[in-house]
Design a protein around this ligand. Structure first.
Ligand code: RIB
Length: 300
């Protein structure tokens, strides 16, 4: 049983990743969701994480508000592909009451790692601002974590913000660089692998055929998302935890450009058996879709 914290900025593909994790109780214990300014402002990502947990019948999951802006970069870079509310504007209900935790995202990460030394997998599927600040608070955190599995960057392929930069890295490249230099065991799900995934009509129809509310919500959100981006970015991180054989990769040395200019947010990578990061470069798309369909059918 893997203990994970999902650091997220929901976000439609974040929502699918969270649904997948909550549907996989035999593999994953979700300790909490820490929210960051990502696809939409943190007030919305915090609320959206609560909406997703409520839809899955999991008001027991701690949801923590995180840092509202990147460490140094401009704070107004948003992703429009997720709609105004960040979840495709499909009218997903807002829970009337959600338990307050009384702590912050960074404090929650630090507390949980102290409580579960060596066991916590930090799944970062948005800009890594919370993760980086937690690493700055505790310079030994990288060794205390089991690992950091993150969606971000474009190691050996083009970006999605320009020729080079990927969105999560470009929103907060300074945070990404802090994580890359942390000494933690790192697994990178960049566009190298996520751009090999596709939101096909067969996935959408399969979700609708599941016949349960969460699968229908996922189909509606993904239908909206696919109008602007047909890739399953964030769910790859959770799918890897459930079945690592779905993926392949190469050990690499990865850094990110933090200087202003045309390469701002660009990943710099080279294969290196002693490198700081395993870059995931391959995925079995058919088995990934089968996993999503079978697991989401388990939700309410
Ligand atoms: O570049 C893809 C990433 O940007 C995903 O995490 C998606 O949610 C958006 O935030």
């Amino acid at each position: 049983m893997q203990k994970i914290i999902i650091d997220c900025g929901p976000g439609i593909d974040d929502a699918l990743a969270i649904f997948l994790a909550l549907a996989s109780c035999e593999d994953i214990e979700v300790l909490g969701l820490t929210c960051v300014k990502g696809n939409v402002p943190v007030e919305k990502t915090y609320l959206n994480a609560q909406r997703i947990c409520a839809a899955a019948g999991r008001l027991d999951i701690p949801v923590l508000r995180g840092i509202p802006r990147p460490i140094l970069a401009q704070a107004d870079l948003m992703a429009t592909v997720h709609g105004k509310d960040g979840l495709g504007d499909i009218g997903l209900s807002v829970p009337g009451h959600f338990p307050e935790t009384g702590t912050t995202a960074v404090d929650f990460i630090l507390e949980q790692v102290e409580k579960h030394p060596g066991d916590v997998v930090l799944c970062a599927i948005g800009p890594m601002t919370n993760v980086a600040v937690a690493l700055l608070f505790d310079p030994l955190l990288g060794q205390k974590l089991h690992s950091v599995a993150f969606m971000g960057g474009a190691a050996y392929c083009a970006g999605n913000m320009n020729d080079h930069a990927e969105f999560n890295f470009m929103v907060d490249p300074h945070a990404a660089e802090i994580v890359l230099q942390s000494g933690a065991r790192l697994v990178m799900f960049g566009l190298d692998v996520t751009h090999q995934t596709r939101i096909e009509d067969s996935l959408l129809s399969g979700l609708r055929q599941n016949g349960n509310a969460c699968s229908d919500l996922a189909a509606r959100m993904l239908s909206a998302y696919a109008l602007g981006d047909r890739h399953l970015h964030d769910p790859c991180v959770i799918a890897w935890l459930i079945d690592p054989t779905l993926f392949s990769g190469v050990q690499s040395e990865v850094r990110v450009v933090t200087e202003a200019g045309p390469d701002f947010g660009r990943s710099l990578a080279r294969p290196d058996p002693q490198g700081n990061c395993r870059v995931i470069t391959g995925v079995d798309q058919d088995r990934l879709v089968s996993l999503l369909l079978s697991r989401l059918a388990e939700l309410p």
